[in-house]
Every structure is written in structure tokens, then in C-alpha cells.
Design a protein around this ligand. Structure first.
Ligand code: NAD
Length: 374
């Protein structure tokens, strides 16, 4: 079994590295993957929002063992036509933002993956829940904790899952650091540093419009340091402090944060020091320090490969497409009730939103803001 797993890992890597049209080791294998596909009912997914990340997820779904792209929801007819052709999506599974409530009468769609601007997630997820479909929603799940909680409540009332696209929760090197921390290999974790940022381009994009984004870098990229602090330390913060730096108020208008430095305190006494920015490139670094050891990852949350090392040596788990692993794991959560190592449910998303609310409050007031996430 072990050697087969290693072979599968190697085959997967080779397929990515080589020109698949000349040599495809997966199709050359005995029909292990094919039979798996046929044996298990796939999670049949419709993607809402056919933008840059929606496109990445659609491609990743093609690599999965247990999920299938069967539908789209889009406001752009030309994109719908292109996706129909590319992915063999039937016309009856195509919707727009006005008529997608009718998805409730479509027995061929199990889940809708909402990959639209942040400010639209709440209403869209609630409509998906009311249509009786499972909702997968991109991060940040909403633009504040109250909206996130309304989404959780709506999905609960409808008896459907709400899962947030926290792809790092399934990434192999990240999970290895979490395993080591849980096994006590770093001793008592005392400090986390998270640096998350990139230089954002086009000033007219939705990410810089408060009504669609809910904020600036913090909602988009700073959330990785917030979420990462929690899974790296294995605790939820009880206070935050935060300071904002705005060098370009023309580009980063009122309500759109450019750079925020923030600190979090945890019940054990551990602390985190983080930076979220839209004005510096190559900021994607996590560092965890404990009484007996440490882990550092750079890049720590990009699409991969994730690179890093610990005091014991390099992190060397093979790279796999994050979104493909995430989708297969989400199918297992929905169909098998699988409990992931780090949760990806709506409640997990609300915790991050509560922290973001507290960070914004700390920036405004200059005060240390207490948090109760449980
Ligand atoms: P994008 O701009 O590339 O795509 C957004 C899509 O939403 C477009 O197809 C656009 O047409 C559609 N849309 C629908 N209504 C719209 C409106 N009123 N205004 C603007 N666009 C509208 O953005 P993206 O990068 O794909 O991001 C979408 C979501 O995915 C965001 O919540 C973002 O945070 C998240 N995301 C997550 C990751 C990740 O690694 N998990 C990476 C990138 C983006």
C-alpha cells in the first residue's frame, strides 16, 4: 500500500512536470484511479463567479477523484458559453445571478462554490442554502462576523454544509508542522510571526472598493496570517492590538487598509506578531517558535510548492494542487462526515471574521481589544 501511494505521488508529480500529451503515467497505470472515480458518487459542483480564482478551481476539479464541475452561475453569457464547451456543462445547469434560486429544482447539482467578490458572499450563500444546496464559499467568508454568522445560521436552518475555501488546511507541509506541534516536537509554542502581502495593481478593481471587498489587504491577504496563527499555534486569540500605516491614501481610500501590523495574544501566553499589506511584494512567511524547536515556511500560503524547514530539517512533503486536494477533502466531509485536521466549516470562518472586526476596532481606537471566539 505504501509503495503504491509513493508511486501515485510520483506519478502525479510526473504528470505535472511532463508534457501530458506525450506521456501520461496516470493513464498508463492499472485502472486504479478510474475505478475509484466510478465507484464513488462525485460531489457535483456549480461554480459561481467565473473569474481568476474560479478558473483555477475549475481546472483543479479536473484533477480530483471525487468532485465534478457540472454547473456555472455567471453574469457574463460569453464566459458561460466558453465554460460549457470547455467542461461539457449542460445548458440546464447554467444560471445567472438573477435566476440561480431555481437551482433548488435541479437534482444534478449538489453544491455551489461561491467565488465572487467578498461583499457578495453573504447574500449568495444564503440563497444557495435556501435552494437546499451545500455551500462552499471563498475566504473571507463575509465582510464582518455578523454577516458570517448569518450565513452559518442560514445553512444550519437549511440542513446544508457551509465550507470555507481554506485550502492550506489540507496542504501536506502545513499539516506536517501541525503534526509536529501537536506531538510536542517544538515544545511549548510561544511565538508566531505571519507576514502576508503583495503589491496590488489596478486601483479600479473590486478589491479596492469597500462595498465589494469589505476592506483592503486584511480581508484579502492578511487573513492568511490570522488563520495561520491559529492553526500553527493551535489556539484562538483572546486579544488583539493593531496599527495602520497608510502611505498612499489616494489609492487606498477610507475603509481600505493598505498596511496593518497586528499582534495577538493567546490563552497559553503565546503571542503573534503579523503584517498585512497591499504595498510590499514577496511577503508570504510563517515562523513558529517553541521552547524546543521552530518551523519556518516561505512561501507559506501561496499556491505552492510550500517551502520550509524546522529545527529537525526540511519540510519535504510533495506538492499537490491545493484546490484539488481541498475539493476531494470537502467531498469526504460532505459525504462521509470526515472531520478535517483543521476545520473548514462556517464557524471557523466566523472566528477569522471576529478577529478582523477586532483588528479594525483596535486600529480605530488604539486600544487592546478583547476577543471571545468560542
Ligand atoms: P476576480 O475579480 O478574478 O473574479 C470575481 C468574479 O466575480 C468575476 O468573474 C466577476 O465577473 C464576478 N462578479 C460577480 N459580481 C460581481 C460584481 N458585482 N463586481 C465584480 N465582480 C463580480 O476575483 P478572484 O480573484 O477570483 O476572487 C474571488 C474570490 O475568491 C474572493 O473572495 C477572493 O478573496 C477569493 N480568492 C481566494 C483565493 C484562495 O487562494 N483561496 C485566491 C484568490 C481569490
Amino acid at each position: 500500500m505504501k509503495s503504491r501511494r509513493i508511486f501515485l505521488q510520483k506519478a502525479g508529480l510526473s504528470a505535472l512536470a511532463l508534457n501530458i500529451s506525450t506521456f501520461n503515467p496516470i493513464s498508463a497505470m492499472p485502472n486504479f484511479l478510474d475505478s475509484k472515480k466510478m465507484d464513488e458518487k462525485p460531489l457535483r459542483v456549480a461554480i459561481m463567479g467565473l473569474g481568476s480564482y474560479g478558473t483555477r478551481v475549475a481546472e483543479a476539479i479536473q484533477e480530483t477523484k471525487r468532485t465534478k464541475l457540472v454547473g456555472v452561475i455567471s453574469g457574463t453569457p460569453s464566459k458561460v458559453e466558453a465554460w460549457k464547451t470547455k467542461y461539457g456543462i449542460p445548458a440546464k445547469n447554467c444560471y445567472n445571478y438573477e435566476n440561480f434560486d431555481a437551482i433548488k429544482d435541479n437534482p444534478d447539482i449538489d453544491a455551489v462554490y461561491v467565488i465572487t467578490p467578498n461583499g457578495l458572499h453573504k447574500d449568495q450563500v444564503i440563497r444557495v442554502a435556501k435552494a437546499g444546496k451545500h455551500a462552499i464559499c471563498e475566504k473571507p467568508m463575509a465582510v464582518n462576523a455578523a454577516d458570517g454568522q448569518a450565513m452559518v445560521d442560514a445553512c444550519k436552518a437549511a440542513g446544508v454544509h457551509l465550507l470555507i475555501g481554506y485550502r492550506m488546511h489540507f496542504e501536506a507541509n502545513t499539516l506536517e508542522v501541525i503534526r509536529m506541534r501537536k506531538a510536542g516536537e517544538f515544545g511549548t509554542p510561544l511565538f508566531f510571526q505571519g507576514l502576508s502581502g503583495f503589491i496590488i495593481g489596478d486601483p479600479s478593481q473590486w478589491r479596492l472598493q469597500k462595498s465589494l471587498s469589505g476592506g483592503g489587504a486584511m480581508m484579502d491577504i492578511g487573513i492568511y496570517s490570522i488563520n495561520g496563527a491559529r492553526y500553527m499555534l493551535g489556539e484562538d486569540p483572546i486579544w488583539v492590538t493593531a496599527q495602520e500605516t497608510k502611505n498612499n491614501p489616494e489609492k487606498f481610500k477610507e475603509g481600505i487598509d493598505e498596511t496593518i501590523q497586528f499582534q495577538m495574544g493567546f490563552p497559553s501566553g503565546a503571542v503573534a506578531s503579523c503584517l498585512s499589506t497591499y504595498s510590499m511584494n514577496n511577503l508570504d512567511r510563517f515562523f513558529l517558535n517553541g521552547t524546543k524547536g521552530w518551523a519556518e515556511m516561505q512561501p507559506s500560503t501561496g499556491y505552492g510548492p510550500i517551502n520550509g524547514k524546522t529545527n529537525q530539517g526540511p519540510l519535504d512533503k510533495p506538492h499537490t494542487t491545493h484546490q484539488a486536494v481541498q475539493m476531494d477533502e470537502m467531498a469526504a466531509i460532505i459525504f462521509d462526515g470526515k472531520k478535517p485536521e483543521v476545520p473548514v466549516n462556517g464557524e471557523e470562518g466566523v472566528k477569522d471574521m471576529k478577529i478582523i472586526d477586532a483588528i479594525f476596532k483596535a486600529v480605530k481606537t488604539g486600544e487592546k481589544v478583547s476577543l471571545k471566539l468560542a
